[in-house]
Write a protein that binds this ligand. Structure first.
Ligand code: UDP
Length: 448
């Protein structure tokens, strides 16, 4: 007899930064709509606001992070501390959940951000399925398996695997080699081992964007892979911003001509110095395009906000420039006035832009942003790289090329074409829609 499908209860484990919290809560919303109940377990750092998600239960676990660990920018050490400090409290928390739930809703699995790999160890210990959720490009899963050593003794070179060239993994590796640390190697290995032991892998990507990477990922990881992205299109209404969104920029956008505005945002972590802000500001002003620019508090090193801009700069622009501390980005990118996105190429920003057909000017800062920028400019061809340092003349020329010059016409057309392809993937019969149905079946069929 065919096994009866059951839904059940799922536990989601957050990695506590904006670009990870949002997609994980989106995923919880998507699976909730498929009949699963959800508990969100999160470290204390950047706790989400439970009142925005009354349908979920929230449990905070102590992360014991020190102020310097959070602020000194050593991401690898922070990931190690988080996993070390959260493992025991998470295990206790799971035992409580299992005890409470055993009489009603069975816990069908633990879905954890790939960077919270301690959750896979807890899942193994409790004999529960662990599901690794990659909130970045699928290609990032390959970096450690293909280049396990940062000391140049890699077993596989790009020449032996020519198909990897288009993935631009070498660029990412080169970046890691600039500053290799033991902590980084340990994180890369632990993440990969966690995902290798998982019962399923979910990636916030669209199959057609990463076909080559996905077939390689399958060679290295035994678990089935589900590409159900972009999550934000399947869970459009969730509110998960850590900073307050400034909705006034939408009123400002309403007054601008179609496709005339360049939107500028570098996500939640990147930073620049005061001189770079001045170059950015003049580059934007001289481009003569209207611009909406997000300057987060803390984005300019050594400044509170934009006090390093020359006196009278904002006034001199009149209505042509709008600067905010945080924007409702998905709404901004979907606005008809926006014709370009100058981005740091975080993965969420990248797929949000692709889904709205907005071509990108790429200024990657660190980590996977370099790989994403290469995807955008050289694989999908929906963007331009802003080369060299931030300098007003370069910026002005790049914005004009992206938004108005004939030279950028192909890029603008290709961006619209990818938006249409992405739309199709989300429809009935499309790759993301089918993958989500498969995932739901897979989770429901786990023995527990
Ligand atoms: N974001 C936003 N408003 C802003 C800037 C960013 O809502 O003013 C959101 C954006 O939509 C995306 C996330 O913050 O979902 C940033 O994630 P991404 O992966 O692009 O970059 P990260 O912050 O991780 O570097």
């Amino acid at each position: 007899m065919e096994k009866q499908l059951k839904s059940g209860h799922l536990v989601f484990v957050l990695y506590p930064f904006q670009g990870h919290i949002t997609p994980m809560l989106q995923l919880a919303t998507i699976l909730h709509s498929k009949g699963f109940s959800a508990t969100i377990v999160h470290p204390e750092l950047n706790s989400p606001d439970p009142s925005n998600h009354p349908e979920f239960s929230f449990i905070s676990i102590p992360d014991k992070l020190t102020e310097s660990e959070v602020s000194d920018g050593d991401i690898a050490s922070l990931v190690l501390s988080l996993n070390k400090n959260c493992a025991a409290p998470f295990q206790q928390c799971m035992k409580k959940i299992l005890h409470q739930k055993c009489s009603h809703d069975h816990t069908a699995g633990i879905l954890y951000d790939t960077l919270m790999y301690c959750a896979q160890t807890v899942a193994d210990d409790l004999k529960l399925p662990g599901i690794s959720v990659r909130t970045s490009a699928a290609a990032t899963l390959l970096l450690y398996p293909v280049f396990p050593h940062l000391d140049g003794k890699d077993s596989i070179s790009e020449n032996e695997m020519p198909e990897l060239r288009s993935l631009q993994l070498q660029h990412m590796r080169a970046l890691l080699l600039q500053n290799p640390t033991d902590a980084m190697t340990e994180v890369r290995a632990a993440m990969t081992n966690g995902t290798k032991s998982s019962s399923a892998i979910i990636v916030n990507t669209i199959h057609f964007l990463e076909q080559a990477a996905l077939s390689k990922v399958k060679e290295y990881f035994p678990a089935p892979i589900f590409t159900i992205g972009p999550f934000h299109k399947l869970a459009p209404t969730i509110c998960s911003s850590i900073l307050m969104e400034d909705a006034n920029c939408i009123s400002w956008l309403n007054k601008q001509a179609p496709k005339s505005v360049i939107y500028v945002s570098f996500g939640s972590l990147a930073s620049i110095d005061e001189q770079e802000l001045i170059e950015m500001a003049w580059g934007l002003a001289n481009s003569k395009q209207p611009f909406l620019c997000v300057i987060r508090p803390g984005f300019v090193r050594g400044s509170e906000w934009i006090e390093s801009l020359p006196n009278g700069f904002q006034e001199s622009l009149g209505e042509r420039g709008c600067i905010v501390k945080w924007a409702p980005q998905k709404e901004v990118l979907a606005h008809c006035a926006v014709g370009g996105f100058w981005s740091h190429c975080g993965w969420n920003s990248t797929i949000e832009s692709i889904c709205e057909g907005v071509p990108m000017l790429c200024k990657p800062f660190f980590g996977d942003q370099v790989l994403n920028s290469n995807y955008i400019c050289h694989v999908w061809r929906v963007g331009l790289e802003l080369q060299n340092k931030l300098e007003r003349g370069n910026i002005e020329r790049a914005i004009k090329k992206l938004m108005v010059d004939m030279e950028g016409e192909q890029i603008r057309k290709k961006a619209m074409y990818l938006k249409e392809k992405a739309d199709l993937c989300l429809r009935e019969g499309g790759s993301s829609c089918c993958s989500l149905n498969e995932l739901t079946k897979q989770i429901s069929s786990f023995d527990y």
